[in-house]
Design a protein. Structure first.
Length: 77
């Protein structure tokens, strides 16, 4: 099942399929290692849902909800 990273539940895991967004946002995500084929797990959500913390390539990364909405994943768990 495909869904964007901002709609993940805590503990959910998936594989990144595509990264969309405008130039600066897309480039920033790529620079942080958010690339197609990477495995990602949602670790935490802030009380109001923004930001979120993900585990990616062995490290923790915090993303804004608007950035997470640009990441399409294939859910594995």
């Amino acid at each position: 099942m495909e869904k964007t990273l901002d709609t993940f539940s805590v503990g959910e895991t998936g594989t990144i399929k595509t990264v969309s967004g405008e130039g600066k946002i897309r480039r920033r995500l790529f620079d942080m290692g958010v690339t197609p084929g990477a495995q990602v797990t949602l670790r935490k959500k802030a009380p109001l849902g923004d930001p979120i913390e993900i585990n990616l390539r062995g490290y923790e990364l915090s993303l804004r909800k608007t950035e997470a909405a640009c990441v399409l994943t294939e859910v594995t768990k």
